[in-house]
Ligand binder design. Structure first.
Ligand SMILES: [Zn+2]
Length: 356
């Protein structure tokens, strides 16, 4: 097995990682982060499980990283993502695993955000000889296929010289993620929630000559966690898309790198099945959000007086050691680490880091 240097990887290294996942039939969790606490928890969890990992920022997560009060919210979305990427570049290698840096959904109104990040990426590439992000996602799944693919072509042409990869979306992931999508989409009989293999083939024909790309294909997956029964996962849709591309172009097994959005709350056997159809990345956000808040919340409920008084009015006990924000944040970090340990196990990536 090829070994890679630890830290943020890109270009050929990223392709090596995807190939190893395809051959080993495992996937990496792509975890949405909002600050240093969540980033460090993801890196710690990956190191503890000897798995490589994907760190990703939504536009809202990036804005929060720069500061929710920053006056210019567009600038905050751009600079927050740049700042988070620099944090990961500096620290990731010291955790001894390979890290993919990625940005999440950019719909039509967020194309300027993506273009600003690519401009920062071009500056970073000139200065450092490597891209700032491994990959970006462009999500024009709500537009026509023609608009989706022509914009994908345009951006991939800019990103390929930086050795970056593009993730596109075909068919709609249900639910809502940071202002993209809508809860009204959810419903097992909604045809929009299921990607057409012909669309995947057209994307392959148009994008493969330009650079490296991956496809978020919809097979009934949704963002968020909903009541059981509202969602019907049909991983066989992924199999059919792979088959059409493979047979049309006479390629090997699972030629396309596929991405599973809305991994939170998904049935374990459907996750396992999707791994056999070339899924190398599964997004997880809602479940790690809950894991952080559940643990931090439990910590507060344990000693509620410490969050109302510096010194207990009845017993005189000083609470400095309890309300120190590091205690609360560390509890949340440990919640994320515990949940990701489960994800590395579900995705069969534990113990498989390619880092030397
Ligand atoms: Zn998503």
């Amino acid at each position: 097995m090829t070994k890679l240097r630890p830290g943020v990887i890109f270009g050929e290294e990223y392709k090596t990682l995807i190939q190893a996942a395809r051959e080993g039939q495992y996937a990496l969790p792509a975890v949405n982060v909002v600050g240093t606490n969540s980033i460090n928890a993801v890196l710690e969890a990956a190191a503890a499980n000897k798995s490589d990992v994907i760190v990703q920022l939504s536009n809202g997560g990036a804005q929060f990283y720069a500061g929710a009060g920053m006056p210019d919210s567009f600038q905050a979305r751009v600079l927050g993502a740049v700042s988070a990427a620099q944090h990961v570049h500096l620290l990731a290698k010291h955790y001894g695993v390979c890290v993919v840096l990625h940005t999440d959904h950019a719909n039509r109104k967020l194309v300027p955000w993506l273009e600003a990040l690519i401009s920062h990426g071009e500056d970073y590439f000139r200065a450092n000889g490597r891209p700032l992000f491994t990959s970006h996602m462009l999500d024009l799944s709500e537009e026509t296929l023609e608009h989706n693919l022509s914009e994908s072509e345009r951006l991939l042409k800019r990103m390929a010289p930086l050795q970056m990869s593009l993730e596109i979306e075909l068919g709609c992931t249900g639910g809502e993620e940071d202002g993209v999508g809508s809860d009204e989409d959810i419903g097992a009989d909604n045809p929009k929630l299921y990607t057409q293999p012909e669309d995947v083939l057209e994307a392959y024909d148009r994008l493969n000559p330009l650079g490296h790309f991956s496809v978020a294909a919809s097979f009934g997956n949704v963002h968020g966690v909903y009541k059981p029964g509202n969602v019907k996962l049909r991983p066989e849709i992924l199999r059919e898309s792979q088959k059409l591309v493979r047979e049309t172009h006479n390629l090997g097994e699972n030629p396309l790198p596929l991405v599973f959005h809305g991994g939170s709350g998904s049935e374990k056997e459907k996750i396992a099945e999707s791994l056999g159809y070339g899924v190398f990345k599964m997004n997880i956000d809602t479940d790690t959000q809950f894991a952080f808040s559940e643990k931090a919340g439990a910590y507060v409920f344990e000693t509620p007086n410490a969050f109302k008084h510096q010194i207990d009015p009845e017993t005189g006990t000083p609470y400095k050691k309890v309300y120190d924000p590091r205690k609360l944040l560390r509890e949340g970090e440990q919640g994320i680490i515990t949940r990701l340990t489960e994800a590395f196990d579900d995705l069969r990536s534990a113990g498989k880091s390619l880092a030397q």
